[in-house]
Design a protein around this ligand. Structure first.
Ligand code: FAD
Ligand code: NAP
Length: 697
């Protein structure tokens, strides 16, 4: 026994030191757990000494479904016989004397590891010659039944790399509990110390609770249920400051993409009606008007049908839907509060946070009281009338575009630049086009809103807006203007303050978003986040949906698919739609240097504009940003034209596949379309060239 202690003491020390060093980088609960170093040390001493004196390490290896894994019946037998004979403990290299050589696990694949991970309550994945192995396994054995433990040793560097890529970790060994990667042994130990592991290993009512029934949450809930899991999905909409609320489906369906695109369509139809005359349609002069209420009701009816459809889908997939607000009230417990104030407590092994974002308000007096946001606009009881859109990104420009398109007097208030983060050449072209259409732009930020007239159900009110603009020389100009409606679109925030993240130890960024590692909370391994609420995630519906589905397949089937957050195509639905994928010109030049970039571009006129003699003929534009040093590989794709969303979705695959300019050139166009312009791009963008003009087809 004394010999054993001598052998183990240095090893314990290594683990102990590791845990101590790790304390600076791990989560708050881990910090708390790691803070008592002596407790840590006693734990190791106690467990290593006692366990290893009576049980061989071979016996610690649990059954696995694959013959490539250590353990199974063979190791069970080995365990029994060795225990009976009081067989020896580890050797000085940290391995059991009777343990099969590590090389027996050669060839074990990452795929097999993840299969094991989803099958077992606790899984330990070691690298070759892992000295921790013999120390750690007895401790794991003390936590749960042997049958629930999986052990794998990975010897192949490529397979190890894949495991680390999928888990977002740096090194083996890694430990998994109920399929979730916990980290290294110190992380697992910290969970044991703070009691979380015990409650985690208990059985819970649900396999998964999804908090938030928007694009991402619904997709994930349905996918998990399809994979045979018991799932509950909570969705609850807190009313906006103006009192707007809506049904199941989240932002996209109720107050985002869907009503926005339909109102954009209403505006495009207005444009088409004007064109239609020149194409032979008789449209009585002066009789074309737009009816806000009819448009709103048509759209809202469609949304109601979608809300109903989602409920039906959840029922069909046997997902329990709770129209309740979810708050963590225990490590594995959610309190679900419905609109009558009734609270139901439910538990789960795993949680998915998909709570999305809500509109932000500027720090200006009267903003919440007298202004609306996109949460209110699409169900507004009255025609908004003369409208000020504050903000100069997606939401503001899109809303300004369709409100003007249905005939309203619209002004956009710009704090700095249009479409921050997007290609600024294109942003400038959008600006020019919107001005040409009749949309006004003001520079400044609002400082005060005063209500001059209260809106009624049939009539908008009047709001006096005071704004300030800081000039280049530092002087400030103050402006006062009256509008019927002020739409605030200055960004969106995660409303997670009251989600009980402190109870569940889910760390958030300053903006309230969940900090994740491949969608897994950095601080709580059984909590995941997807969609808008995940820090650093592009705030787009298809991203949330894809992440939800892919994550569920990864967690419940063990496949290694990952959501690819790069080269995501997107479209801004301004009057002329702007579609893009990959890098902006600014980012390409910054990343690769001007000398390494070729930019091919052109201005074109859609054929549809010709007969009606549209005035906005110089605005449609496309460009490919290519990397000279890699055979003109296309880094960035940009188009400003009608139907850009449709066109961009198709071309984006070329960027995903590493398409080169020559591939675009080899592609034969479809004539006459606007998309064919990408197959005939010959003009290189240069600093000294004048403004491009469109040529005929
Ligand atoms: C005006 C506008 C236009 C947009 N247009 C587009 C577009 O054209 N294309 C595009 O791709 N994206 C668009 N977006 C963005 C898109 O809507 C979001 O990226 C997407 O909805 C995010 O999905 P999500 O699942 O992360 O969150 P959401 O869809 O926001 O869902 C979150 C849900 O969780 C609920 N919830 C929050 N907290 C709790 C809680 N504690 N308990 C229970 N429920 C809770 C919320 O009420 C909500 O129903 C637009 C957004 C806006 C505002
Ligand atoms: N078509 C689509 O796919 C689509 C459509 C709509 C929304 N979305 C998603 O929704 C997200 C949110 O869009 P968003 O447009 O609401 O927000 P956003 O992209 O964060 O832009 C906020 C805008 O408001 C301005 N702003 C911030 N504070 C201001 C203030 N106090 N006064 C005046 N202006 C102010 C910003 O100016 P600065 O540049 O000076 O900071 C910026 O122009 C987007 O990231 C997008 O992913 C997508």
């Amino acid at each position: 026994m004394a010999g054993l202690v001598r052998v183990f003491a240095p090893q314990c020390e290594i683990l102990f030191k590791g845990a101590w060093n790790l304390a600076s980088s791990v989560s708050r609960h881990q910090l708390r757990a790691n803070s008592t170093a002596s407790r840590h040390y006693r734990f190791f001493q106690k467990h290593f000494a006692v366990k290893n004196s009576v049980t061989s390490l071979g016996g610690c290896r649990a059954a696995s479904s694959s013959s490539n894994f250590r353990g199974g019946e063979e190791s069970e037998k080995r365990s029994t016989s060795q225990t009976e004979s009081g067989s020896s403990g580890p050797t000085s290299n940290g391995q059991s004397a009777d343990m099969p050589p590590v090389s027996t696990n050669d060839g074990i694949s990452a795929a097999q590891v993840f299969n094991l991970v989803v099958e077992k309550s606790i899984c330990a994945v070691f690298g070759p010659n892992d000295l921790q192995q013999s120390k750690v396994l007895p401790i794991i054995e003390s936590l749960t039944d042997k049958d629930n433990i999986g052990v794998a040793t990975v010897t192949d560097a490529a397979q190890t790399k894949r495991i680390l890529e999928v888990t977002g970790r740096n090194s083996l060994p890694l430990f998994f509990v109920k399929g979730d990667c916990v980290g290294n042994f110190e992380d697992l130990y910290a969970l044991k110390e703070n009691g979380r592991l015990t409650s985690w290993l208990e059985s819970h009512k649900y396999d998964l609770i999804v908090i938030g029934g928007g694009s991402g949450g619904l997709a994930a809930a349905k996918e998990a249920a399809r994979l045979g899991k018991k799932v509950a999905c909570l969705d609850y909409v807190k009313p906006s400051p103006q009192g707007s609320t809506w049904g199941l489906g989240g932002t996209c369906v109720n107050v985002g993409c869907i009503p926005k695109k339909l109102m954009h369509q209403a505006a495009l139809l207005g444009e088409s009606i004007k064109d239609a005359k020149r194409f032979g349609w008789d449209i009585p002069e002066g009789q074309v008007t737009h009816n806000w209420n009819r448009m709103r009701d048509g759209i809202q009816d469609y949304i109601a049908s979608l809300n109903w459809g989602y409920r039906v889908q959840l029922r069909e997939k046997t997902v329990t839907y709770l129209n309740s607000y979810g708050t963590f009230t225990g490590p594995h417990e959610i309190s679900a509060k419905n609109k009558r104030g009734k609270i139901e407590k439910i538990t789960a092994d795993r949680f998915l946070v998909a709570t999305g974002l809500r509109p932000r308000y500027p720090p200006a007096e009267g903003a919440k009281e007298y202004c609306i946001t996109s949460d209110d606009l699409f169900s507004l009881p009255y025609n908004p009338g003369k409208t000020l859109c504050i903000g100069a990104s997606y939401v503001s420009l899109e809303c300004a575009g369709f409100l003007h398109g249905i005939g309203l007097d619209v002004t956009v208030m710009v704090r700095s630049i249009l479409l921050r983060g997007f290609d600024q050449d294109i942003a400038g072209r959008i600006h020019k086009h919107m001005i040409a259409k009749g949309i006004k732009f003001e520079s400044g930020v609002p400082i005060k809103f005063e209500q001059l007239e209260v809106p009624t159900n049939s009539k908008p009110g009047r709001v006096k807006v005071t704004s300030v603009n800081v000039l280049e020389n530092g002087d400030k100009e103050e402006f006062v203007e009256e509008y019927n409606t002020v739409l605030i679109a200055v960004g969106r925030d995660a409303a997670t303050d009251d989600c009980g993240f402190d109870v569940a130890d889910v760390k958030t960024s300053k903006s309230g978003k969940v900090i994740g590692r491949h969608e897994q909370s950095e601080t709580n391994p059984y909590v995941y986040a997807i969609g808008d609420v995940l820090d650093g995630c592009p705030e787009l519906t298809p991203v949330a949906i894809q992440a939800g589905r892919v994550l569920m397949r990864r967690l419940y089937t063990g496949n290694m698919e990952m959501t690819e957050y790069d080269k995501i195509p997107t479209t801004v639905f301004t009057p002329l739609e702007y579609g893009c994928c990959g890098l902006s010109e600014e980012d390409a030049l910054k990343q690769y240097g001007k000398e390494n970039i070729n930019i091919y571009h052109n201005v074109f006129v859609p054929l549809e504009y010709s007969v009606p003699e549209r005035m906005d003929t110089e605005h449609c534009y496309c460009k490919l940003i290519c990397l000279k040093t890699d055979d003109d590989r296309v880094l960035g794709y940009h188009i400003l034209s009608p139907n850009s969303g449709e066109i961009t979705q198709g071309f984006a695959i070329a960027l995903k596949l590493g398409g080169k300019k020559a591939d675009f050139d080899r592609l034969i166009g479809i004539h006459p379309t606007v998309a064919e312009n990408f197959t005939t791009l010959t003009i290189l963008k240069t600093d000294d060239a004048g403004e491009l003009k469109a040529s005929g087809c």
